[in-house]
Write a protein that binds this ligand. Structure first.
Ligand code: SAH
Length: 243
C-alpha cells in the first residue's frame, strides 16, 4: 500500500517536472532575441537619429529593448519598422519615433519618479525603466493591464507599480512626480495631472481630438505653468473611467 503510494508520488513528481520543463521551453522560445533582431534595432535607431532624436540614453534604451516581444508573433517582421501596431483590445503600441520623442521631452534622470498614463503593451514603461526611472503606470483596459503586469518582469523590467485605473485622475497617493507622460490623445489637459507635478516637473501630453499637438508643460510655481508645443501626432483616445 505504502509502496504503491510512494510510486504514485514519484510519478506525479516526474509529471510535474516534465510540465515545468515544457513551460520553460515554451518561454525561451517565446522570449527569443536574436542577432537578427538586434541588427534590425540598430537600423531602427539610425532611422530615429535621422529623424532628429539625439538623446543617447533614449537611443540606447531603444537599442536594448526587444520590441518584437511586445507584439503578437504575427507582427514579428514589422516590429522594427518605425510604425505603430495593434496590441489587442483595440489599442496600439506607439510608433518608436513617438516613444523616443516623448521620452526625450520628459528629460528623465536616473531615480526620477515618473507616472505614465496608458501602460498598453508596456514598451514605454520598459524605456523608462531602462533610463533608471521609478515607474508608475496606469492602464484602463483590464485585459491589457493583466497581460503587461505578467509580461514586463519576464524581461527583467520592474516598474514600481502598475495600476488598473483611470489616468485622468493621476495617482494622488504617489505624487508629486518628476515627470508625467500621457501615451493616449487627451481632449484636454486633466487638472489632477498638473497638480501632481513637483516644482520643475514636466508633463508630456498629446492634446487634441482627431489630431493631437504634442505638448510639454513645465511647473514653474504652485500655480504657474509654462507651455511648449511640438507639432501634430496621432494617438488612440484617452478615455474616461476604467473598462
Ligand atoms: N504606452 C503604450 C501605448 C499604448 S496606447 C505602449 O508603449 O504600448 C494608449 C493606452 O492608453 C491604451 O492601452 C489605452 O487603453 C490606454 N488608456 C486610454 N485611456 C486611458 C485612461 N483614461 N487611463 C489609463 N489608460 C488609458
Amino acid at each position: 500500500m505504502r509502496q504503491k503510494k510512494e510510486k504514485e508520488n514519484g510519478k506525479n513528481r516526474l509529471n510535474f517536472m516534465m510540465i515545468r520543463l515544457f513551460l520553460v521551453f515554451i518561454n525561451t522560445q517565446f522570449l527569443k532575441d536574436t542577432f537578427k533582431h538586434q541588427g534590425l534595432r540598430k537600423q531602427l535607431v539610425s532611422i530615429l537619429k535621422n529623424k532628429g532624436i539625439n538623446d543617447k540614453f533614449v537611443l540606447d534604451a531603444i537599442q536594448n529593448i526587444p520590441r518584437h516581444l511586445f507584439m503578437d508573433s504575427s507582427f514579428l517582421d514589422h516590429a522594427y519598422q518605425d510604425k505603430a501596431f495593434p496590441i489587442g483590445a483595440d489599442q496600439t503600441i506607439s510608433q518608436p519615433y513617438t516613444v523616443a520623442f516623448q521620452t526625450e521631452l520628459l528629460k528623465v534622470n536616473k531615480g526620477n519618479k515618473i507616472l505614465e498614463i496608458g501602460t498598453g503593451s508596456g514598451y514605454q514603461s520598459a524605456v523608462l525603466c531602462e533610463l533608471g526611472a521609478r515607474v508608475y503606470s496606469i492602464e484602463r483596459q483590464l485585459e491589457l493591464f493583466k497581460k503587461t503586469k505578467l509580461f514586463l518582469p519576464k524581461l527583467g523590467y520592474r516598474p514600481k507599480q502598475l495600476i488598473f485605473g483611470d489616468g485622468y485622475k493621476g495617482l494622488t497617493e504617489q505624487a508629486p512626480f518628476d515627470g508625467i507622460i500621457v501615451t493616449a490623445g487627451a481632449p484636454f489637459v486633466p487638472k489632477p495631472l498638473l497638480s501632481q507635478l513637483r516644482l520643475g516637473g514636466r508633463l508630456v501630453i498629446p492634446v487634441g481630438d482627431k489630431v493631437q499637438v504634442m505638448t510639454l508643460i513645465i511647473r514653474k510655481g504652485v500655480k504657474q505653468f509654462e507651455k511648449h508645443e511640438f507639432g501634430d501626432f496621432r494617438f488612440v483616445p484617452l478615455l474616461e473611467d476604467k473598462n
